[in-house]
Every structure is written in C-alpha cells, then in structure tokens.
Design a protein around this ligand. Structure first.
Ligand code: SAH
Length: 256
C-alpha cells in the first residue's frame, strides 16, 4: 500500500532566494510530497534552484505560481501557517507532530495546505490570519529561525511519519479482521455438517414426539433461526449431536 500525499500542498510565500525553492522541492520529494505552490516568488526557479532540487526537478517543474496566499489556498479545507517566532496575535498553535497528524487526518476530505513565509520576515499578520492553525518548530529560543527549506524538511517529515502511522493502523486493522476470519473459517462447520445436525434434530424430536410428523409446524424453522443466529462452532455442533444421540438412546429405551 503506497502513501498518497497528493492532497497536501506546500506553499512558499514570496521567496527571495530561488535556491531555497530548489532545496524545498527536494525536501518535499524525499518525504513523498509533490504539490508545490509558489506565491509571487522574488526570483523564479533557475538553474541554481534545479541544481539544489537534484532528483526533485519534477516537483519544481510542476510547481504552480500564483499572486497571493489566498489564491494558493482557496480550495483548501485546512490551512496551517508556519512561524519562527510567536506573534502578538495569539492563534491556535500546533506542535509539528500535531500539525502532521491534522494534515494527514483531513487530507482525504479536501486539499490541505502548509504555508511558509519569506526568508527575511516570515508571513505577514494578514497571511497568518488566513490560517486555521499556526505551527512552530520548537527550536532553540535564542536562535529559532531555521532555513526555509529545512523548515519544509522538518514539517514534511512529520507529515510522512503521521501518514505511515495511519497506514500501519489500517494494515493492522485488516490483519486483525483476517485473523478473526481465519479462525472462524477453521472453527465454523460447513453447511453439510449443519444440515446433518438439523436432520438429526428433526429425527430425534420426532422420536420424542415433540414434532408430530403429520403436523410438523414451525419447530424446525424456528430452531434453524435460533441456531443460525447463535452460529455454533464445530465443537458446539458436536456437543449438540451428542445431546441428540443421548435423546435418541433415551427414547429408544422407553419404547415398548
Ligand atoms: N525572520 C523570519 C524567519 C523566517 S524563516 C521571521 O522572523 O519570521 C523563513 C520561514 O521558514 C518562516 O516563515 C517559516 O515558514 C519557516 N520557519 C523557520 N523557522 C521556523 C520555526 N522554528 N518554526 C516554524 N517555521 C519556521
């Protein structure tokens, strides 16, 4: 099962050094991300950006260029903004891990975006207020500003880790269901055995007089419904057959 992160968008706002765009593309691709949107880049990706993108030039080549952050995220149901420092305006904050979890848990419902700011000044307050949450990498408080592409790498890693964990949970669930099914297949009797049991019931109950052959009524139907609902396993069917045999014996002994 491969992980699809196609609905996770990385948005780089007004980047001044296009080498950072190349490095960010590489960071993204290593973590399985491919959707890059550039908001009004100061310098369009050139040969230097391509060199730093290395094997991720496809991410660079398919990057969309738009004029504003609003344009970049207009179809997204979840937008998370990144910030190297706390802002005067308090906003719901996420840890990087929670950020990955949130993006992964909602990415199947709609496109989700993670927005990165300018090398010099980050995101404006207006841009930050477009976001549902903010995330801050808890770096050294005395020097908390990571290189743009390294911030992309760190947060993309958390997205991937969460996607892997979510995938593992799904696989584990399937495995548990398979184990239960396997066990049931082993233990449940096949129809043939069940039918033999019902025949045995019918004969035994005729033997005791509970079922009158001329007016059998609904006894067998109701018994089938009851036992099918209970879904007896092989051992239980064997026990019921044993009980029926003892009934057979008892009624044979009673016969004059
Ligand atoms: N001097 C800027 C820092 C910009 S760093 C400022 O004061 O905001 C460029 C971008 O990298 C930031 O806008 C953010 O998107 C990302 N970044 C750098 N360090 C980060 C951190 N500690 N947490 C989250 N994002 C970070």
């Amino acid at each position: 099962m491969s992980i699809s992160l196609k609905n996770v968008r990385i948005v780089l706002v007004n980047t001044s050094d296009c080498r950072n765009i190349g490095s960010a593309a590489r960071a993204m691709k290593t973590m399985g991300l491919s959707q890059l949107v550039l908001v009004n880049p100061v310098e369009m990706p050139n040969g230097q950006a391509q060199a730093l993108a290395a094997g991720a030039t496809d991410v660079l080549a398919s990057a969309q260029v738009v004029a504003t952050v609003q344009d970049a995220v207009k179809d997204c149901g979840l937008v998370i903004g990144t910030s190297a420092r706390s802002r005067t305006l308090p906003w719901p904050m996420l840890e990087p891990r929670e950020c990955g979890e949130k993006l992964v848990s909602e990415m199947n419902d709609f496109p989700v975006a993670l927005v990165f700011g300018r090398e010099s000044s980050g995101l404006t307050n207006e841009e930050l207020q477009l976001c549902h949450f903010h995330v801050q990498i808890p770096a050294n408080p005395e020097y908390s500003s990571l290189n743009l592409a390294m911030a992309v790498q760190t947060l993309s890693y958390e997205i991937r880790m969460n996607a892997l964990a979510a995938q593992k949970q799904t696989v584990d669930k399937i495995k548990t269901a398979d184990a239960i099914n396997d066990r049931m297949e082993d233990e449940y009797p096949v129809v043939e055995e069940i039918e033999r049991m019902y025949q045995h019931f019918e004969e035994a109950l005729k033997g005791t007089g509970f079922i009158t052959p001329s007016h059998p009524g609904l006894v067998m139907t109701k018994l089938r419904r009851l036992l099918n609902r209970a879904r007896p396993d092989v051992k239980e069917v064997r026990m019921l057959r044993g009980i029926l045999s003892s009934v057979d014996k008892a009624s044979a002994n009673k016969k004059p």
